[in-house]
Structure formats: C-alpha cells, structure tokens
Design a protein around this ligand. Structure first.
Ligand SMILES: *Cc1c(COP(=O)(O)O)cnc(C)c1O
Length: 366
C-alpha cells in the first residue's frame, strides 16, 4: 500500500516535534495560567526577534489581528481601505465590520498579488489604509506600496497570514510596512493547534493601542479607555507555537525546496502556468498554487489518483453576495475574475517527500 498523500501533514510534523510540544503543553498544565500566562510574552519576544519588528502583539486569530490593526489606526464608518478581491474573505470582512468600505484593486496575473500600478488611482480623501495580501506566501511590491501610502499619509497593513517566514529584499514578511498581521491557523506556515495570530509594528503607541484593544480596550483592569474586543491568544496555543518555532527555519527551507521541486518537475508543461516568484523575494508557499485553463480536468485526474487539492479562491470577493453592495471596485477586476477560474493548489508541507511529489506530478501530467 502506498502512503496516503496529505494536503498538509500535521501528523508527521507532530511526530517529529512531539517531545518539545508535549513538554511545552505540560508546562502550561502545571502552572495553570491559561490566559496571558508566561508563554504569551515569551512568544511575543521570540517573534519580534525572528521578524525584526519592535513590537509583536499576539491575538486570537489572523482575522482578529486585521480587525484590531484597523481599530488601532482608527478606521471609522465611511472610511475606505484598499485591498484585493482575490484573497481569503477575512481581509475584506474586517473592513466591512467596522463600517468602512473595501475598495478593490485588481491583481497581477502572474503573482496574484495586488497590482501596485493601480493603487494610486484608487486613493480618495476617505482612504485610510492599504492592505496588500502576501498571497500564497510571497509579498507584494511592498516598497512601492509604502511609498504611495507615505505620500498620501495612509497606513499599510501587510496581510501576512500565508507568508510568515518569507523574505523581501533581505527583510522578513511581517516587517515590511507600518503594521503586519499573521495567522497561526493550523494549516499556515507557522501554525498552532487551534486559532491564533499576531500583529507586528515598530510604532510603540500603536502597539499599546493594540494591546489595549485586545483586552476590551482596558488600560488597566476594569478601566476602559476605548472600545476593544476579547481578542487574546491563549497560553496553550502560544506554547505550541514556541515549540514549533525551533524547527521553523528548517521547515521554511523545506517549503522553498519543495516549491522549487514542483516548478522544476512541471517545467515545459504548456497546460500549467506556475506562479512567478520575483527575484528580490522568497515564497514560502502557504499554498502551492498553479494556474490552468483546463483546471477541471486536472482536478479530476488528481481526484482519481486520490491526491487532495483545493481552490484558493473560486470566487473573488467583489462577486460574493455579502460584499457586492458593501464594496467598491476601483477599476476593472477582470484579472481577479480570470485567475479565480484557473487557480488550484497541490499538497504542500515541509514533510512532503520526493516520491510523493513525483506521484502528484505524474497524476497531473498523465
Ligand atoms: C488565513 C487567512 C486569514 C485569517 O486568518 P485566521 O487565523 O483564519 O483568522 C486572513 N487573511 C488571509 C490571506 C488568510 O489566508
């Protein structure tokens, strides 16, 4: 019997890291400080050092990270926030939750990231922030985006939920703009065993605001200076990320190596277009996503071979029923619509071995 191929293999990862993870969990069970225990600041200091940002605030999820970031910069009803419609719904959801308007700018076909050349024209008097998404694990054109934002006095919030560990011009994702948000959802490049997330910034005042918003807007216990949320990441989840952090550099190397392996094995296949990885950045393949005009046929072949696949994402957000009337298109979104019909993702995790990869590629090209 051949081994079943997992889309993301968390069991093998746990088997590898069991001693460290079990020890970390046991420590929390022994001290019993399940909310804001010592692992919370320990993880925040470790993540600051890893990413290179001055402040890390752990939060309940990647979605909560985006929400708290927008609350901290004071996004209000009627404000506009620029992002792409070709992302996970949370990116736009938090904008709409605050009564602000997601303004959608189209993506580049070859990276599926926001097209920086279209951003300037989308800015109005009401624009408060730009949220570029580092989709599939590769940052967008952050320096150019930061320059546009600076000239208009608006914030840039990197949605780095899929790109933790990737680099852009010698800096790490999550340290590329005024604020960055990531997710520790189990399937992300750095995952916990439940929900978790983090916000990064170099701005001490913003970090203070985020820490307060995370706990019901309180400056000290039961003294509430602003409206907040119940948005803490719990101690056990922080302990699990701490245990995984020691292995992260190796896992990131494997992701990059396995991604390159897929690209090499698929080279010359005219029916499949891989993502372009720009030369000044790395992609950690939060999803290993390809494009094809014959997606349905390819997904059927994978299914026949019992290889799991997924579509990230089948419907761009401006076409979703909930967002049609709540958002504004800054221009044509035809590239987002086109790629949503072409993208599909293959199994990707640091423990995917060469023979499994060969089986996946064989199923695709046969
Ligand atoms: C996963 C994800 C989020 C949300 O993270 P959660 O931890 O699931 O709330 C936000 N944006 C993008 C691009 C994501 O992939």
């Amino acid at each position: 019997m051949t081994k079943k191929i997992e889309f993301i293999d968390l069991k093998t990862q746990y088997a590898q890291l069991k001693t460290a993870i079990d020890r970390r969990i046991q420590t929390v069970l022994d001290h019993g400080q399940y909310i804001m225990g010592p692992e919370v600041p320990e993880l925040e200091r470790r993540l600051e050092a890893y990413v290179g940002a001055a402040h890390c605030v752990t939060v309940a999820s990647g979605t909560e990270a985006l929400l708290i970031a927008l609350m901290a910069i004071g996004v209000k009803p009627g404000d506009e926030v620029i992002t792409t419609p070709f992302t996970f719904v949370a990116t736009a959801e938090v904008i709409a939750l605050l009564g602000a308007v997601p303004v959608f700018v189209d993506v580049e076909t070859d990276t599926c990231n926001i097209d920086v050349g279209l951003i300037e024209a989308a800015i109005t008097k009401r624009t408060r922030a730009i949220i570029p998404v580092s989709l599939y694990g590769q940052a967008a054109d952050m320096d150019e985006i930061n320059a546009i934002a600076a000239s208009h006095g608006i914030s840039v919030i990197e949605d780095a939920a899929q790109s933790f560990g990737s680099t852009y011009r010698e800096k790490r994702s999550c340290n590329l703009s005024s604020i960055a948000c990531t997710s520790f959802f189990p399937s992300k490049p750095l995952g916990c065993y439940g929900d978790g997330g983090a916000i990064f910034t170099d701005d001490a005042e913003l970090a203070k605001a985020m820490r307060e918003i995370r706990v019901h807007g309180q400056e000290r216990r039961y003294y509430h200076t602003r409206i907040g949320v119940g948005g803490r990441m719990d101690t056990l989840q922080c302990a699990i990320v701490l245990a995984k952090l020691d292995n992260l550099n190796w896992e990131i190397e494997q992701r990059i190596r396995i991604g390159a392996g897929y690209l090499a094995k698929l080279r010359g296949n005219n029916a499949i277009q891989p993502l372009t990885v720009r030369s000044d950045r790395t992609c950690v393949w939060g999803q290993f996503t390809l494009q094809s005009a014959s997606r349905d046929d390819l997904l059927e072949k994978l299914k026949q071979a019992e290889i799991p696949s997924a579509i990230h994402y089948p419907v761009p957000l401006h076409l979703q029923p909930a967002y049609k009337d709540l958002s504004r298109a800054a221009g044509p979104l035809s590239r987002s619509e086109a790629v949503s019909k072409r993208v599909f993702s293959l199994p990707m995790h640091p423990y995917l071995d060469e023979s499994e990869q060969d089986r996946i590629v064989a199923a695709l090209v046969d």
